[in-house]
Design a protein around this ligand. Structure first.
Ligand SMILES: Nc1ncnc2c1ncn2[C@@H]1O[C@H](COP(=O)(O)OP(=O)(O)OP(=O)(O)O)[C@@H](O)[C@H]1O
Ligand SMILES: [Mg+2]
Length: 283
């Protein structure tokens, strides 16, 4: 669904943000992009829908090369949620902001209203629909920016740190929603610093380090290399505590079902140690 080949990008002023990044994301995958501040995550994501034009290398979405000519076509496939919601929302009210994209698609008013209600419900902002956007808190703006993209019903959802600044329930709710959408066939790509969420939801992880891909692969490949994790300014997810408690797990690919059973065993013993109390979800 997404093919990035040898992508390089230098900002005016000379900062090299991406230096030869190649990546393939199959349709229906759930990819987490991780890495230190300034490692190039947002820059990479902005290439996936043509917000930044490629300088060297290429990006293909569903076999369409992303460039100025394909911008509209690509944007019907890829929904992009900005790191800062203030970069994205602009209409006078929440309802108008969510409806903006569907209206631009030329949909009729009944369908626009249906999509607005559905997307607002998905991120729990139905009661805010008639509020002016400048009266919203930062986290509410974040939810609104996600709703506006969901209302476009994209095949690929790209989110730049979507859980940052959400309250814990909002975070869990959003991750469950992304999980559901992914199970329904949507390809999800998300930049995040939240190492505890990643093993629960993502199937593919890529780690960026100073604009280069340090590693890309499944959860075990990426989180199996503790030295690399630390070099990339990350830490192991708290769920790794399970590996310490149950050495036999390290021989097996970690599944969420298995982690859940082990977590239940620990809970029964009254000993969850540093395991974060996130609600586990089938993967
Ligand atoms: N508009 C810009 N102009 C010049 N340099 C930029 C611009 N945006 C980002 N950079 C630089 O490019 C590099 C990569 O930035 P990017 O925003 O992609 O990092 P990031 O991994 O998303 O970081 P964070 O975790 O803080 O969001 C950094 O060195 C940053 O300072
Ligand atoms: Mg960023």
């Amino acid at each position: 669904m997404i093919r990035v080949e040898d992508l390089c990008f230098t900002y005016p002023g000379g900062t090299v943000a991406l230096d030869g990044v190649s990546l393939e994301v199959p349709e229906g995958s759930f990819l987490a992009i991780m890495g230190a501040n300034g490692s190039g995550k947002s820059t990479l994501l902005k290439h996936l829908n043509g917000l930044l034009a490629t300088q060297a290398g290429s990006v293909h979405i569903a076999d369409i090369e992303v460039n100025g000519k394909s911008f509209d076509e690509v944007n019907r496939i890829v929904g992009f949620v900005f790191q800062d919601p203030n970069d994205q929302i602009f209409a006078p009210t929440v309802r108008e902001d969510i409806g903006y994209g569907p209206r631009n698609l030329g949909l009729d008013e009944v369908e626009i209203a249906r999509r607005v209600e559905k997307a607002a419900g998905q991120v729990a902002i139905t009661e805010l629909l008639d509020r002016p956007i400048h009266h919203l808190s930062y986290g509410q703006k974040k939810r609104l920016s996600i709703a506006g993209v969901l209302a476009m019903e994209p095949r690929v959802l790209v989110l730049d740190e979507p859980t940052a600044s959400l309250d814990p329930m909002g975070e869990r709710r959003l991750m469950r929603l992304l999980h559901e959408l992914n199970r329904g066939g949507m390809t999800v790509v998300m930049a995040t610093h939240d190492v505890d969420l990643v093993p629960l939801y993502a199937r593919q992880v890529c780690l960026l380090r100073a604009g280069r891909l340090a590693v890309s692969g499944g959860l075990r490949e990426v989180f199996g290399d503790q030295e690399l994790i630390e070099r990339c300014h990350l830490r192991l997810p708290r769920i790794s505590y399970l590996f310490e408690m149950f050495p036999e797990l390290s021989e097996l690919p970690l599944t969420v079902g298995m982690a859940r059973r082990k977590l239940e065993e620990l809970l029964e013993r009254g000993d969850t140690g540093p395991v974060s109390p996130v609600e586990l979800c089938e993967n």
